[in-house]
Write a protein of this length. Structure first.
Length: 152
């Protein structure tokens, strides 16, 4: 777990740098065409820089717009525009810790609820407070262990 904890801490610091750009809207035409147009670079000039046909350059712009472009093609297009591709993943939960917390709570609730149901059937039901405490304790344990089942 210590290795994972260090990896998570290192990634968290990088992810925090990306967070401000998550609210930037992608231009409707895609970044490549928007930048190319703003700089006054013709489609033919762009194609020449990539050593491809004008039609292929146009297809790159269309693939970016519809989301089917490869990272490799994006890097090449960025280089042709004297740009740098910035690429990253940012957790929907805001941080890796928050993601792990949510997944641990979900799994803990499933585990504790299943056990609680069995106990209820055997007429040994626990109070809602005891169940909630058990969920929190189990979630904490899951966060420390980080079992593979957490991601199922």
């Amino acid at each position: 777990m210590k290795k994972n904890k260090l990896q998570i801490e290192q990634l968290e610091s990088k992810i925090k740098l990306l967070e401000p750009i998550t609210s930037i809207a992608i231009p409707p035409t895609g970044w490549i065409k928007a930048i190319r147009s703003a700089l006054g670079i013709s489609l033919q000039q762009f194609a020449n820089k990539l050593s491809i046909s004008r039609q292929s350059a146009s297809e790159i712009e269309l693939r970016e717009k519809d989301g089917s472009i490869t990272i490799k093609s994006l890097k090449e297009a960025a280089r042709a525009l004297d740009m740098q591709l910035v690429y990253g993943l940012v957790p929907s939960d805001g941080s890796l810790d928050a993601l792990i917390e949510r997944k641990a709570m979900e799994l803990a609730k499933k585990i504790v609820t299943r056990t609680s149901t069995t106990m209820k059937l055997e007429d040994q039901a626990n109070s809602p407070e005891r169940i909630n405490k058990a969920i929190r304790e189990r979630a904490q344990s899951l966060k420390l262990e980080m079992p593979k089942i957490l991601w199922d």
